[in-house]
Write a protein that binds this ligand. Structure first.
Ligand code: ARG
Length: 466
């Protein structure tokens, strides 16, 4: 090989064979875009059928092309296909093999097409399939949460702000907060599919083509709603990849918050949940430990997914219309984010479904930290008609008194409470328990078990159709 001679000490290392090897290494995408083989072959078959139908190529050539492409599909799927870096990418690998298999007819496939619209259509097909996979995985996670929420609609736990005990809530209510989050992710996926459901095939290099192609036909054959409407945008648009990454990043961020809660909840100090052995590990040196590794890794992998979003945004931000080779960098970001998100969703669905909930620990914690102080203030407003600000003040004194005596609010005596405000009666004790506090919060979307159950019914119906 001539590039062997060009070996240069400065390039050194694995590029000792010279500039040709360096160029091949930086230019080639086959190492990762071979993932698109099925979409590439599908796109080519649809394109060739349209070419034959519109009389641009002959029927007999189309038959050879389709037959050859199907042979290649089988070769790839059985691991017999030899991918070559010299042939750069999946499109040229497939086309070169087609020429080996069927001879000159292979050369007719690329009529009225360019690799620019080819890669755009292949990648859209892939991203669209992945969106559907993510939607199914999100539904699975939501269903796991709905089940836990049903079991624990009335299980009290502390609700937090600033990670400080705030007011008692139910674990079911907390689970339903995640249902809301993941249902929004699901709706983002559905919206994005709707927006990207257009075929760029037939935009050719950038300007369209003079051949009498039928883009509506190829769009339909590939399962797209319609063709894209501007050839320049068709080959330079990667919004669908960016939207995938943005949605993945938001969803990963939701998963990471949940992971963080699971890490906290599973500490011996909290003890709210116990992870199953399948989703935790022991320590090699400290026998008492059970580490929430899966949750920690979900939390950590979010960094990767979020990084890919920024990575591709940064690739795209300086590109003039239309195609530039920079855009080849879209794939690894999306493939890795997709694989990572799929795994995170699977791990979380497993953890949520399997974890043991310690109702006793949750209830005990729910009553600590004067979590029913707001209920006391509300009682003063409702029963004694105090302005809320004054009630807040009276309650603050009750909390200080309880703190001094090192007891909970419900353990103060009636005399204690009357020393702060003489209008207080025995009835106040009915709101000082966490159970009653939770039961009283019946506003729409509130934490009362009856209200939580209403929301569970609503989401069960909606998710079945989502
Ligand atoms: N491998 C390329 C990519 O992924 C395919 C498109 C190449 N087009 C071109 N004009 N060089 O972006």
């Amino acid at each position: 090989m001539s590039d062997k001679k060009a070996s240069n000490a400065m390039w050194g290392g694995r590029f000792a064979s010279g500039p040709a090897a360096i160029m091949e290494a930086i230019n080639a995408s086959i190492g990762f875009d071979k993932k698109l083989y099925a979409q590439d072959i599908r796109g080519s078959i649809a394109h060739s059928e349209m070419l034959a139908e519109t009389g641009i190529i002959e029927e007999k050539d189309q038959e050879k092309i389709a037959h050859g492409l199907n042979t290649i599909l089988k070769e790839i799927e059985s691991g017999k296909f030899e991918f070559s870096t010299r042939l750069e990418d999946i499109h040229m690998n497939v086309e070169a093999r087609l020429a080996e298999l069927i001879g000159p007819a292979a050369g007719r496939l690329h009529t009225a097409r360019s690799r620019n619209d080819q890669v755009a259509v292949d990648f859209r097909l892939w991203v669209k399939d992945e969106f559907h996979r993510v939607a199914e995985a999100l539904k699975g996670l939501i269903e796991a949460f709905l089940k836990r929420a049903e079991e624990h609609a009335a299980t009290v736990m502390p609700g937090f702000t600033h990670l400080q005990t705030a007011q008692p809530v139910t674990f079911g209510h907390h689970c339903m907060a995640y249902v809301e989050m993941f249902a929004r992710d699901l709706s983002r996926v559905r919206d994005a599919i709707e927006r990207m459901d257009e075929s760029p095939l037939g935009a050719a290099a950038l300007a369209g083509t003079g051949f009498p192609i039928d883009r509506f036909r190829t769009a339909k054959a590939l399962g797209f709603r319609e063709p894209t409407r501007n050839s320049l945008d068709s080959v330079s648009d990667r919004d669908y990849a960016l939207e995938f990454l943005a949605i993945a990043a938001i969803s990963a961020t939701h998963l990471s918050r949940l992971a963080e809660e699971i890490v906290i909840w599973s500490t011996p100090q909290f003890g709210f949940v116990r992870l199953s052995d399948s989703f935790s590990t022991g320590s090699s040196i400290m026998p008492q430990k059970k580490n929430p590794d899966a949750a920690e890794l979900v939390r950590a992998k979010t960094g990767r997914v979020n990084g890919h979003l920024i990575g591709l945004l940064t690739v795209m931000k300086g590109l003039p219309l239309t195609y530039s080779k920079d855009m080849q960098e879209d794939k690894e970001a999306v493939f890795d984010a997709a694989e990572t998100l799929d795994l995170m969703l699977a791990a979380m669905t497993g953890m949520v479904g399997d974890m043991q909930v310690n109702e006793t620990a949750m209830k005990k914690a729910a009553g600590s930290g004067y979590s029913t102080a707001t209920d006391l203030a509300d009682w003063l407003v409702r029963t004694l008609n105090l302005p809320f600000r004054e009630a807040h003040h009276v309650t603050g004194r009750a909390v200080a008194l309880a703190e001094g005596k090192k007891v909970g609010l419900e353990k103060l005596t009636l005399e204690d409470l009357q020393s702060i405000h003489d209008g207080i009666t025995d009835d106040i004790f009915s709101v000082l328990s966490v159970q009653n506090s939770v039961k009283s919060r019946t506003s729409f979307g509130g934490t009362a078990p009856a209200e939580v159950r209403r929301q569970i019914r609503y989401w069960k119906k909606r998710i079945a159709k989502a």
